[in-house]
Design a protein around this ligand. Structure first.
Ligand SMILES: C[S@@+](CC[C@H](N)C(=O)[O-])C[C@H]1O[C@@H](n2cnc3c(N)ncnc32)[C@H](O)[C@@H]1O
Length: 232
């Protein structure tokens, strides 16, 4: 039987008032991030940028490992990129990969408008085509994964090889909208359109948790933020 505390303490908080409280007190989205989010939507990009509070957590984690060199996989309009760049500090550099040229153009504008253009390189096209070339600038302090879910295991494998020991990998959507439950055959799970994503993300989570290269955990954000520190 699990210990009593385990049973009673929910993983994350189900009370939405607490989420509102935290957003009110910690003010995660300032006018720069709001401008990027609104301009991205106005340009026709899907509103699939990170949650406001999730991005603040990423920025603080980037600061916690004193990261200077980062790789992002999945740029969209530059919303999370700006959060990461803030965390990297004035001498930091971000290589970011984006499949869609339209998204990359919006991100380019975001980085230019807000003073980050000189510290950012956007690689347009499939990330797996660009990562071998990016690797020549490594090792890196941070890899942030937030693109096509089928490739999450491949992106984690790249992070294993190209992070420094002590560097951090972060992967958004690590609950796969609940479909990780389907991936492990949970009796009450129902496969849906995200089932394939669930299998791939589950494979990444297992590798991150028990592959021996990271000490890892899952931050209980709304969508799950998998996090690992490279130990060997
Ligand atoms: C969830 S969005 C990224 C959101 C962004 N990290 C943010 O919070 O602002 C995922 C992005 O990954 C891009 N993408 C999808 N497949 C990709 C691939 N194979 N290589 C690079 N980017 C890809 C999509 O075009 C989309 O812009």
């Amino acid at each position: 039987m699990p210990p009593r505390d385990f049973v009673e303490k929910a993983y994350g908080q189900a009370d939405p008032r607490l989420a509102r409280y935290v957003e009110q007190v910690f003010a995660p989205e300032d006018e720069v991030l709001a401008e990027i989010r609104e301009r991205s939507i106005a340009a026709g990009l899907p509103a699939i940028q990170m949650g406001v509070f999730d991005l603040l957590q990423v920025e603080v984690l980037v600061r916690a490992v004193a990261a200077r060199k980062a790789v992002e996989i999945g740029t969209l309009g530059g919303y999370s990129g700006v959060g990461i760049l803030r965390g990297l500090g004035p001498d930091g550099f971000l290589d970011t990969c984006e499949y869609d040229p339209k998204h990359a153009a919006v991100a380019s504008e975001s980085f230019a408008r807000h003073g980050f253009a000189a510290r950012t390189r956007i690689h347009v096209g499939p990330a797996l085509d660009h990562l071998p070339k990016i690797a020549t600038s490594g090792p890196f302090d941070l890899v942030f994964i937030d693109a096509d879910k089928a490739n999450y295991p491949n992106y984690l494998a790249w992070a294993e090889d190209n992070l420094r020991v002590g560097g951090m990998v972060l992967a958004d959507n690590a609950f796969a909208w609940g479909q990780v439950l389907n991936a492990i055959g949970a009796p009450d799970a129902t496969p849906n359109a995200d089932a394939a994503s669930g299998k791939a993300i589950h494979a990444m989570n297992v590798r991150l948790a028990s592959g021996g290269r990271f000490r890892a955990t899952m931050l209980p954000t709304a969508e799950g933020l998998a996090m690992g520190i490279k130990i060997r």
